[in-house]
Design a protein around this ligand. Structure first.
Ligand SMILES: [Zn+2]
Length: 546
């Protein structure tokens, strides 16, 4: 058993007993202790590893809300508004107009050799293009024979061309579905909103969640992306987890060179809650160190910028009609009761405050019938929760994972268009969560926004929008609080805080290796700190060598 002592310029452990150290001793993938060399040599014969002598170590980052789909989507065409780094380190420039999106798709279309292959773009974000909606006529400019589609950045809406609607049998009058808006001609406009409508055309255009869940290359690409961002534990926060996918993930994550601990949550969708809860309980037994199974994800509503989130009165600022329920409210109550009964943890996506209220009501009812201490049911995004709702979360024993990246990506649009100035100013209320005593994490929801915990921390600390406005000064948190919210915070929401999230005796040797000290740089520069790579379970991964 080799005992390695790593020397670093500085180690921030997030262990209050020993917050700062210069050395950390590691054996069998676990931390023996952090301190000075003198203190650690007592553990016995060791190898001194000095490669991090000029680096700063933090606990490996924990991404508590991200999706393996980030790895899968890079096989399609990126058409997002912002520049974005791919898993191999290439920077893709943003597509800043509908024409730019169409042109990039046209280029990709011309490169396709199979005339029947569909063409899929992703990362599309029409909110940046004002009130202009993308319609099937736009995508017909790419091709009127090939199936063409673009997935919105939120992944809650898919725009498709006429060929896709035709192939899926939906280019006809008389369709009556809340997720399929019709044009003046009585035919679908090509915008497919919500899981049901998207599911009707998804497989036609190659966006098949089941197939993506079993995509081995995606799991590998995702691993590389994690190393580049200092992430050592990451969720896949909504997977159908078909049996072949579980078998594949068990095999890939067990490989010596696989760099991340994956925590996939089983999504409750299209089957009775009892079945999903039972399946999650069974999956627990298939867990291994780098694959943790047995949790459930439920999506209660849609996205705010897509106007599909459920808002309480007075609703959307621009008068848009209220959003969609993604699960019948009575089914949510039933799922919570069953999960509490069988000890399965549930994470619930609630974007709008009406969805958050529903989750609180359902959990309150379920807990009355099935009390369970330390259940750690977690609200994901929970962007519009107000102070009263945080107080209810606290009294019900819930945790929250807030979508800090939204301030930057859509903060200006929330202010001007979706929820208006007042609610935009208190969205993703990190300070309120901490003050109320609700255990809190922050996240990227990649691929909705790019994975990068330091960037997410920057968002929570600075609350700057893309146009550079400070929005909600009173909800800012400190650098130390933000670093907690990307390590121990999410570890707690996943019940992994005894194993990861801080550098301390007995915990897994997971480190983020940084070129600069987050406590030394200007907080405004937090997002610019270069990341050398990671140490995961004592194994060293250098981003530049991937
Ligand atoms: Zn998500």
């Amino acid at each position: 058993m080799t005992l390695t002592i790593f020397r670093a310029r500085r180690i921030h452990t997030l262990n209050p007993a020993r917050p700062v150290a210069t050395h950390v001793a590691v054996r069998d993938g676990r931390v023996l202790g952090a301190g000075s060399l003198d203190e650690l040599v007592g553990w016995g014969a060791h190898v001194l590893d000095e490669r991090f002598a000029d680096k700063v170590l933090l606990p490996g980052f924990v991404e508590g809300h991200t999706h393996l789909m980030e790895g899968a989507l890079w096989r399609f065409v990126y058409v997002g508004y912002h520049d974005r780094l791919d898993p191999d380190g290439r920077l893709w420039p943003g597509a800043r107009s509908i024409d730019a999106v169409i042109n990039r798709l046209r280029d990709a279309e011309q490169a396709l050799t199979d005339p029947r292959a569909p063409l899929l773009g992703w990362g599309f974000d029409p909110i940046y293009f004002g009130s202009r909606r993308c319609e099937r006529a736009d995508l017909d400019r790419v091709s009127d024979t090939r199936c063409v589609a673009v997935a919105h950045a939120s992944l809650h809406i898919l725009n498709v061309n006429s060929a896709t609607l035709r192939a899926a049998g939906h280019l006809r009058p008389g369709i009556d579905h809340p997720g399929i808006p019709l044009g003046a001609d009585g035919l679908p406009t090509g915008e497919m909103k919500g899981p049901e409508a998207m599911g009707a055309v998804g497989p036609t255009v190659g966006m098949d969640r089941e197939a993506m869940a079993s995509d081995e290359d995606a799991v590998r690409r995702f691993g590389r992306l994690c190393v580049r961002q200092g992430v050592t534990t990451a969720t896949d926060l909504a997977s159908p987890l078909p049996a072949p996918a579980v078998t594949m993930m068990r095999r890939v994550t067990a490989e010596d060179a696989y760099p991340v601990r994956l925590v996939p949550l089983l999504r409750l969708q299209a089957e009775p809650p009892a079945q999903t809860i039972a399946r999650a309980a069974q999956l627990r037994a298939q867990s291994q160190d780098r694959l943790r199974l047995g949790r459930v994800k439920i999506v209660a509503d849609g996205s705010i910028q897509g106007f599909s989130a459920r808002l309480r009165a007075p609703g959307y600022y621009n008068g848009a009609p209220n959003g969609l329920w993604y699960i019948p409210p009575e089914q949510l109550a039933q799922a919570y009761a069953l999960a509490l009964e069988s000890g399965v943890q549930v994470h619930t996506h609630t974007n709008g405050d009406e969805a958050t209220e529903l989750a609180l009501d359902c959990l309150e009812g379920a807990l009355a019938r099935h009390p369970r201490p330390d259940h750690r049911f977690t609200l994901q995004h929970c962007q519009l929760a107000d102070a009263a709702q945080f107080r209810r979360m606290k009294s019900l024993g819930m945790a929250v994972n807030l979508f800090a990246n939204h301030h930057f990506y859509w903060g200006d649009e929330h202010y001007a268009m979706t929820v208006g100035p007042e609610r935009a100013t208190r969205m993703n209320a990190c300070r309120t969560a901490l003050q109320t005593g609700v255990p809190m994490a922050i996240h990227s929801d990649a691929p909705v926004t790019p994975m990068g915990p330091l960037f997410t921390a920057w968002c929570a600390v600075n609350r700057l929008t893309a146009s550079g406005r400070l929005q909600g000064a009173h909800e800012r948190i400190t650098v130390a609080e933000a670093l907690h919210a990307i390590t121990l915070g999410p570890a707690y929401t996943l019940r992994l805080d005894a194993e990861v999230g801080s550098i301390e005796t007995g915990k897994l040797a997971d480190f983020a290796v940084l070129e600069q000290d987050p406590f030394e740089v200007d907080p405004a520069a937090l997002r610019d700190i270069p990341i050398w790579g990671t140490v995961q379970g004592g194994r060293v991964f250098e981003a530049a060598a991937l």
